[in-house]
Structures are given as C-alpha cells and as structure tokens.
Design a binder for this molecule. Structure first.
Ligand code: HEM
Length: 498
C-alpha cells in the first residue's frame, strides 16, 4: 500500500514538473534578454525609478522584437508589440483572461469589478450591464457636466495664464477629471477643483505608484508582504477612502432613492447600476472603483499631453482653434454641448496622434488559456502572462514612418483605413477593450475645446525633448516632475461670456 502511495506521489510530481518544464522550455525559446537562474531579469526590472524602468522595458522590446520574453523570478512575462502578433492573441483570446499576476495586484482596489474580474462568466454579465450603462443617450447627458467642470478648470487656470511663467498643469487636469468621474459615475460631488483637494490627487498617485511597484516586484505580489511596506500601508488608506465614498452613496440611495424625474435629468452610472438590480453592493463598489480607477488619470494625462504638444506645434494649434471658431462662431466662450462634439474632427485627429505618441495605458494584460503559435515558429505556452504593449507598437517606424514626428494627418479616414487594424491600440483590443472609450473621447474633447478657446498655449518648459526624456510609467504614462506650460488668455474683439 505504502509503495503505491509513494509511486503515485512520484507520478504526480513528475507530471507537474514536466508540465512546468514544458512551459519553461517554450518560454526559453522565445526571444528575450539573458536571465539569471531563479531571479531572471529582476535586477533590471525591480527599479523604483519608473523612468529607468520605462526606458529599460522599451530597450528590451527594441532589441528583441514584437515578442519579447523576460523573467520576473519564476513569472514569465511576454511583451507583444506587433500588429500581426496582437491579431494572433486576439484570435486565440476567446475568453480574455487578464492573468493571475495582474489580477492579484489589481484586485484590492478594483474588487471584483471589470478590470479585475477573473471569473469569466461573471465578467460577461457585468460587462453587458456596464456597456449598456454607457449608451449614447446617457453619454450625451454627461456633456453638461463635462462643460461645467471644464469651465471651472478654465477659471482656475486664469490665475496661471500670465504668459511669462511655466506652471505644472497636470494636477489641475487631474482634479477636473476626478470631479467629472465622481459626479457622473459615483453620483457624488467631492468638489475636488473648488476645494483644491490635493489629498484626492495624492490618493490616486499612491494607488498608481503602488500598483506599478507591485507589477515589477513579484515579492510584493503576496498581500502580507506588500502591506508590511510603507507604500502598502498608504495604499490601504487610499483604497479605503474610495471604497467608503462609494459605499456612502449606495447607502444614501437606499434611504433616499432618486425620483424618476431626477434620474432622467441627471443620470449617474451608480444609479443605473443600483436600479438594474442584478449587482450586489460589493459588486457595485467593484464596478464603480474600476471605472473611477480607469477613467481619471488616463483622460487627465491625455488632455495635458495634447496641450503640451500644441504649445510646441503652433501651426497645428491654430488649425484646432480655427475649427473651434467655426463651431462656436461669435459666441466663442459659451459652454460646449453634446451637439458640438461630433464636429470636432480635426481635434479628434490631434487627440489620436497624441494617443499614438503617449498612450496613457502602455500594457494590456492577458493570460493564454492554451498553447498557440504566434509566428516565426514561436509558441506561447499555456498560462503565459502577456502584456500587449501600445507604446513600442505606436513608435515602430515600419508601421508608423517617422514615428517621433507629430502628424495628425496620420488619422485622416483614408490613412487610418490603409493601416493594419491593430497598428493603433490605445484602448486595448478584443473583448476586454476599454468600455469607457467613447466617454473618454467626449470628455477630452469637451475639456480641450474649453481650454483652447480660453487660452493660447505658448511653450513647454524643457520642450517636447525634455518630456520625452522624463516620461515614465506609474501604471499610467506620465512625466516625472509634471508638464510645465506657459500660456496666456485669448483676446476677443467682442467677448461674450456665459
Ligand atoms: C484616454 C483615456 C483612456 C484610455 C487610454 C483607456 C485605456 C484602457 C485600456 C488600454 C484598457 C485595457 C484594455 C485591454 O485590456 O484590452 C481599458 C480598460 C478599461 N477602461 Fe479604459 N481607458 C481610458 C478611459 C476610460 C474611461 C473614461 C473609463 C470609464 C469612464 C474607462 C473604463 C475602463 C474599464 C471599466 C476597463 C476594463 C474593461 C474590461 O476589462 O472589461 N476607461 N482602458
């Protein structure tokens, strides 16, 4: 009997080892930098300097091509950055698992929300509910809120518009995006702009920084190890702040439900989810945190990058402004409406070209659920942790000639049609693609239209070259020490204000 048990144990261990060895073998055959035994490439990747980390990752990909494998200790991470290779991933991604490694890190803040939902049958139901919540009718009703908060932003920026000094405007844009998301999605007015609530910005930064640190350090994957660190303790406080905020609104609605009339006038995503009735309180907290987490820094940094680029490219700024004049005519400073947004086609080209050069989310995590070929004889093992990488894809000269040149003409309908469908993926690909991309375009257009009608962007401190040197990824692409802009108010012969 004992011998049978021993034999069985040996068989099981051999099976596990050969399965693991098979995966590792396939992993080692993929292109990638040399790795040390056990720790792999950790010495290079465990940097707390996000600028170094960002440039190091991109160097790996530049040297090893559209499929690059690195080892974070025992974790095999594969960067996928070619359109054909991405097409293979999408074609084989019938399920769309985010992957164990990223889920463990994303779960505490996003709970069981879309971004971190691992149970695919649950994800499917939630994704349908959230997608329905973002229908065009609802989004159009949000535009009044985008306009209101953009005008508050413009008023705050007036103090800085002296045309002489350069100021870091990123925190201003972050507070505006935070007000927009908390009012349209949470149904809660935290007045972050009016109160200059830098605490909320700090909480966001803590969440993003700690997520990035955990992503590049597998030792901190274990919750107990992470929460022992200083950043882990701060993270806990920041997450609690957001979760309490959301729970407060749910509890309030349980007592003071909005009337039908109130709901149709100012719908919020939270009310939609509560009324839908299919989600529990915890699930709603997860969904709203996912949306808040995914939709704040992303739109704020995108808008800031656009303003910076327009400061450097005066001719393009003039063209954007001409389009605004055509849309707003004499009443140039009136609030933007949902009818104005579709006419801002040149501004949309500028936004897309900025998303190409500075995609706010540089890696989209996936996990393979079966083994499959990805071209050039390379095979992805099962349970490989993949990162679809937008930044190196968007800067590949074979796909986007003269890739560092800012040229919105790349996004005319004819030029878009001539490119590979996966040559430009700022909002991700396949079934896990960003659920809020229409919201993001509408919000960004509303903010930029307001700011560019009020102000003329003059100069970036350090120029775009300085920005390029200092970009880093703290979960969202940003710039060390911020983006400092010099700008001044526009003067109109007949000034009509709202
Ligand atoms: C410039 C702005 C934005 C960018 C660049 C962006 C980008 C992305 C990317 C790359 C993903 C992952 C896609 C994938 O894995 O294939 C994602 C997911 C997501 N985004 Fe966005 N996003 C933006 C704004 C927003 C906004 C405004 C919202 C909500 C209001 C939002 C909500 C979400 C959610 C909930 C997910 C998870 C979807 C899922 O896993 O099913 N995003 N976004």
């Amino acid at each position: 009997m004992n011998i049978i048990i021993v034999l069985l144990c040996v068989l099981v261990i051999t099976a596990i080892l050969s399965w693991k060895w098979g995966r590792y073998y396939l992993g080692f055959k993929l292109p990638g930098p040399p790795a040390l035994p056990l720790i792999g490439n950790l010495l290079d990747v465990r940097s707390r300097d996000f600028t170094v980390l960002f440039h190091e990752m991109n160097k790996y990909i530049k040297n090893h091509g559209p499929v690059t494998r690195i080892w974070l200790g025992p974790v095999m991470l594969i960067f996928v950055s070619g359109p054909e290779e991405i097409a293979k991933v999408v074609g084989n991604d019938k399920i769309g698992h985010r992957g164990k490694y990223s889920l463990r890190i994303l779960s505490p803040i996003f709970n069981k929300g879309l971004l971190a939902q691992e149970e695919m049958s649950v994800w499917k139901i939630h994704r349908k509910i959230v997608t329905n919540a973002f229908h065009n009718n609802m989004l159009n009703k949000f535009v009044d809120n985008f306009a209101k908060n953009s005008n508050i932003l413009a008023n705050r920026l007036k103090e800085l518009a002296d045309g002489t000094n350069a100021y870091d405007i990123l925190p201003y844009l972050c507070l505006c995006a935070l007000d927009i998301i908390t009012q349209t999605c949470f149904g809660q007015n935290i007045n972050a702009q009016i109160n200059n609530d830098m605490m909320a910005v700090q909480y966001n930064k803590t969440i993003l920084d700690s997520t990035q640190i955990r992503l590049s350090d597998p030792f901190l994957m274990f919750d107990w190890a992470f929460y022992l660190t200083e950043i882990g303790k701060k993270y806990k406080v920041a997450v609690k702040y957001y979760h309490d905020l959301i729970k407060g609104v749910i509890d309030d609605r349980a007592i003071n439900a909005k009337s039908k009339e109130e709901l149709s006038k100012s719908p919020t995503l939270m009310d939609y989810l509560i009324q839908n009735g299919q989600l529990s309180k915890e699930e709603i907290v997860g969904e709203i945190s996912s949306i808040g987490g995914a939709g704040t820094e992303t739109t704020a940094t995108l808008s800031t990058f656009v303003l910076a680029i327009l400061a450097e490219h005066q001719d393009i700024q003039e063209k954007v402004f001409e389009e605004q004049k055509t849309i707003f005519g004499e009443d140039i400073l009136r609030p933007v409406t949902s009818d104005d947004l579709p006419s801002m086609t040149y501004l949309e080209q500028v936004i897309n070209e900025t998303l190409r050069l500075y995609p706010p989310v540089i890696g989209h995590p996936r996990e393979t659920i079966k083994e499959y070929g990805i071209g050039n004889g390379y095979i992805l093992p099962v349970e490989a942790q993949l990162l679809i990488c937008a930044y190196p894809l968007h800067r590949n000269p074979e796909i986007h000639p003269a890739p560092d040149k800012f040229d919105p003409e790349r996004f005319t309908p004819e030029n878009v049609a001539a490119r590979h469908p996966y040559a430009f993926v700022p909002f991700g690909v396949g079934r896990r693609m960003c659920v809020g991309y229409k919201f993001a375009y509408m919000e960004t257009k509303a903010i930029l239209s307001t700011i560019l009608r009020h102000f003329h962007m003059m100069e970036i401190k350090g120029g775009l070259e300085g920005i390029q040197k200092n970009i880093h990824c703290s979960f969202v692409l940003t710039v060390t020490d911020g983006i400092h802009l010099k700008f001044k108010p526009r003067k109109y012969a007949i000034l009509k204000t709202q």
